[in-house]
Design a protein. Structure first.
Length: 186
């Protein structure tokens, strides 16, 4: 065991039974040098390519082992052996409790080109009617309760003749509010 951890401490705190634990030689041939002496929950989640929320769900179901706790700092830690076990569980699909588990492949990230195309269509030229409705609601909530959709649309056309592409919605709301407020006062 590493400094700071005693076998009795680990079994009492985490329910981890070091006697029944599989030895690293019984696991897949992961290079032990790729594992740290102690890893945080977040680091183990990155190793097994799962979110921390999903990792905790699977831990509660008994699929992944519980961490050990450093008695001095009370932080949850995964020893080298536990890190290897978590990676093995992910690779083999056999949980810590012996149940089979299916890990789905990671979702594909949408390409940045398709994201740009969607955003460009939504914000090209004058803001879409959805955005104008949002601007109108914001202007009304700021105190111009009598503002109409036609007034907001006219203000946006005058303030942003080439469109509001690339302008944050908060900035659009601010400028439209000031414009309409000046019209009302003047």
């Amino acid at each position: 065991m590493r400094a700071g951890w005693a076998v009795d401490d680990i079994s009492l705190v985490s329910g981890f039974d070091p006697v029944s634990f599989r030895k690293p030689s019984q696991m897949t041939n992961n290079n032990p040098s790729t594992f740290k002496a102690a890893a945080t929950v977040r680091e183990v989640c990155q190793m097994v390519k799962l979110s921390t929320a999903r990792f905790y769900e699977l831990q509660a179901a008994g699929i992944f082992p519980l961490p050990v706790y450093d008695l001095r700092t009370r932080r949850p830690l995964f020893t080298e052996e536990l890190q290897q076990l978590c990676v093995e569980i992910r690779q083999t699909g056999r949980g810590f409790n012996g149940q089979p588990v299916i890990f789905y492949s990671q979702r594909r990230q949408p390409s940045s080109q398709s994201k740009r195309t969607r955003n460009a269509k939504a914000t090209a030229g004058i803001p879409a009617m959805d955005n104008l409705d949002g601007v109108l609601a914001a202007v009304r909530s700021l105190g111009l309760a009598a503002a109409t959709a036609a007034q907001v649309e006219a203000a946006v056309k005058q303030l942003f003749p080439s469109g509001s592409t690339g302008v944050e919605q908060g900035q659009v709301i601010r400028q439209v509010f000031v414009f309409l407020n000046r019209q009302r006062a003047g």
